[in-house]
Design a protein around this ligand. Structure first.
Ligand code: KDG
Ligand code: MG
Length: 402
């Protein structure tokens, strides 16, 4: 079974997505997500110019060998562009393998470890009373876990708080918009938000919060300590993770669990964090971390060290990535939580899928392969639109992390 065609499809049904569709000599097709928010065309070019020509004629059943070929063969290892491109090929080949076997991919990965995949949604709003109403909306929908973000009083706009309620999308302009940040204001405000949410919803709802890489280790330690009474399931991305040793300092001061990893692209980005047990959840996902094959390696290493998965599932990861993530989530022993930001109706129509939400869980469905596809004629109706993620400045104008 040879690869006879590989097409890179860029579409913008509300936001940009890059999808690879591989076709075999038997007419079986497989899809992989290659979307890298704000840098979509870089991955499309990497695939079109450097990967697709090497795929034609290759044996579609050799997933690991193809992964090694693309990883070692690039010479320039790692990085989000390379690893998103490799992820797309790997995911599409797992999809094909499942279809050929007549089995959903989670069965090829060892079968179910659980009945469903627990997901968390995003409650975000300007004020505390408004965010309480948003959390209530998710609880009413059946969610068992909710991420909570509010505006910080005194700042014009804050990460995680969008115009739309269910469909937060930060990539909002061709040239990045500029946000303003004050760590001092944020550190005072955030514990008050969680005090109110815990008070309203009691001890059992899982609560999460994303600091989005904005703190220093000692500031993160302070926030973790101040949040301890509200028993968060995790505090996400407290500091930028280039300096992995920084997490030792956070750990020394707080029992608030730490989640990191949506920007990681290989096992080497989280090796120290995992093996030194500096984190509790690793948030890598299929498209960012080299596909199903490499993500499984990360989660296996994590399992040895009592670290659980918490895969990224923002709207900039396509339904193809979400479907693939669910097959992994269902089949690993150390699953923690899966992020689930809903896609718009237009996106769902371009990517018909069998996964579905029920009672706080996502289920990948029982279709052979991943159970997701791209409707190419629907995709063609939504041409690429340039869109960038914002940048962030402190109140004195200095550049900060967004
Ligand atoms: O493209 C960037 C988004 O995926 C990111 O801002 C979302 O941090 C995020 C999250 O946890 O979903
Ligand atoms: Mg995040």
């Amino acid at each position: 079974m040879r690869i006879v065609d590989a097409r890179v499809i860029v579409t913008c049904p509300g936001r940009n997505f890059v999808t690879l569709k591989i076709v075999t000599s038997d007419g079986v097709t497989g899809v992989g997500d290659a979307t890298l928010n704000g840098r979509e065309l870089a991955v499309a070019s990497y695939l079109n110019d450097h990967v697709v020509p090497t795929l034609i004629g290759r044996d579609a059943s050799r997933i690991e060998d193809t992964w090694q070929y693309l990883y070692r063969g690039a010479y320039w290892r790692r990085g989000p562009v390379t690893m998103s491109a490799i992820a797309a090929v790997d995911t599409a080949l797992w999809d094909i393998k499942g279809k050929v076997a007549g089995l959903p991919v989670y069965q090829l990965l060892g079968g179910r470890c659980r009945d469903g995949v627990t997901v968390y949604g995003h409650a975000n709003a300007e004020t505390v009373p408004e965010v309480l109403a948003e959390v209530a909306r998710y609880v009413d929908l059946g969610y068992r876990a909710v991420r909570v973000q509010t505006a910080v009083p005194g700042l014009p706009a804050t990460y995680g708080v969008g115009k739309d309620r269910m469909f937060y999308e930060p990539a909002d302009a061709a040239i990045p918009t500029e946000a303003t940040w004050s760590t001092e204001r944020y550190l005072v405000h955030t514990p008050q938000v969680f005090a109110a949410v815990r008070d309203e919803f009691g001890p059992h709802l899982k609560l999460l919060h994303d600091a989005h890489h904005r703190l220093t280790p000692i500031e993160a330690a302070r926030l973790g300590k101040d949040l301890e009474p509200y028993r968060l399931t995790w505090l996400e991305d407290p500091v930028p993770a280039e300096l992995q040793e920084g997490f030792r300092l956070i750990r020394r001061h707080t029992t608030t669990p730490i989640a990191v990893g949506e920007v990681f692209n290989t096992i080497f980005d989280c090796q120290q964090l995992i093996t030194e047990q500096l984190i509790d959840y690793v948030r890598t996902t299929v498209v960012r971390a080299g596909g199903i094959s490499h993500l499984r390696r990360i989660f296996d290493l994590a399992a040895l060290h009592h670290v659980r998965s918490g895969s990224h599932g923002a709207t900039d990861l396509s339904p193809v990535c979400m479907a693939a993530a669910l097959h992994v989530d269902l089949s690993i022993p150390n699953f923690g939580l899966q992020e689930y930001m809903r896609h718009t109706e237009a996106t769902d129509a371009v990517f018909p899928h069998s996964y579905h939400f029920a009672d706080g869980y996502l289920h990948p469905g029982e279709e052979p392969g991943l159970g997701v596809d791209i409707d190419e004629s629907a995709a063609a109706r939504y041409p690429y639109q340039p869109a960038s993620l914002p940048v962030n400045r402190l109140t004195d104008g200095s550049m900060h992390n967004w």
